[in-house]
Design a protein. Structure first.
Length: 300
């Protein structure tokens, strides 16, 4: 056993930074999906992720993780693959801000899962912050429902909701995993699992051609994916999942701005009102953990 010092405020800021980095990546991935397709971009980004994470992790020559930890790595890799595939397919058919808004059911589900499987106590401020932020989501979804999104919007929305359910499981697994392994190990084995799963489809779909003109952007997406994953791993080792889950709501602000600037997706008054509630919810939740840092036991 070893101990990891708990630093909730710093962890909250790291999780917010992770959401910001991954939100920019989401916008880039939407552009890539529209340009070269979900399958090609997923394969090539997975290759780039593995090269990057392998270059950071393998030179450290750490011992192979025990079987119990390896199972967690593989399980989360499977969940992440399904989650990402559904999400990136969905955002190619739904405005970015609306897509992110629909994923906000994930932190609320994660609160319940964290209480059930990690024996975490859900603080009153975490609950209040989540409810307040989710109220903002409802306002946004109501406003977005007034828009004409095209014939693919229903399928895209269903895919995003499925992705959100997977992400709720991912949030809880991330906390458990981060208490048992270091960030570089987590990201390497996740990248390896994701690539193996995507490559398993090549006998049926073939191997995609080189993404001419987009290769550099695929590399940028891989760097952002790794950076966001490392930040999340660091954060979830130092604060509870039920507390950090609410940081996901800040992703909507990024999506609204990036969707407007890059894809000319209008931001309505409903969106602005919902965003205000989301920010308020994040602030309420953040104020719940300014106590003295503690420590948790970690299996090593």
């Amino acid at each position: 056993m070893s101990r990891v010092a708990q630093h909730p405020v710093q962890a909250f800021l790291a999780a917010l930074a992770a959401v910001g980095v991954l939100s920019v990546m989401d916008a880039l991935m939407k552009a890539l999906v529209l340009a070269i397709g979900i399958y090609a971009v997923s394969i090539w980004r997975s290759v780039a992720n593995l090269v990057l994470t392998g270059g950071l992790y393998l030179p450290r020559r750490r011992p192979w993780p025990p079987r119990s930890i390896l199972k967690i790595h593989v399980a989360r890799g499977v969940i992440v693959t399904i989650m990402a595939g559904l999400f990136f397919w969905g955002i190619g058919r739904v405005p970015l801000a609306q897509a992110i808004a629909m994923t906000f059911i994930a932190p609320l589900i994660a609160l319940l899962l964290a209480a059930s499987f990690l024996n975490e106590r859900i603080g009153s401020r975490s609950i209040s912050g989540s409810v307040m932020a989710f109220a903002g989501v409802l306002v946004i979804v109501f406003g977005q429902a007034q828009a004409d999104l095209g014939s693919d919007a229903l399928l895209g929305s269903a895919a995003i909701i499925g992705s959100a359910l997977c992400y709720a499981i991912n949030i809880v697994l991330m906390r458990h995993q981060s208490l048992s392994a270091e960030p570089l190990e987590i990201n390497f084995f996740q990248s390896l699992t994701v690539l193996v799963l995507w490559l398993s489809l090549t006998p049926f779909l073939g191997f995609p051609g080189w993404p001419d003109g987009w290769a550099a952007w695929v590399g940028v997406a891989a760097v952002m994916s790794t950076a966001g994953g490392l930040l999340f791993s660091w954060a979830y080792a130092r604060a509870e999942a039920s507390y950090l889950a609410v940081t996901e709501y800040s992703g909507f602000l990024w999506a609204a701005v990036l969707g407007w600037i890059i894809f000319s997706e209008a931001v309505s008054l409903y969106t602005a009102a919902g965003a205000a509630l989301i920010v308020g919810g994040c602030i309420v939740a953040a104020r719940s953990k300014i106590d003295a840092p503690g420590e948790v036991e970690v299996v090593t």
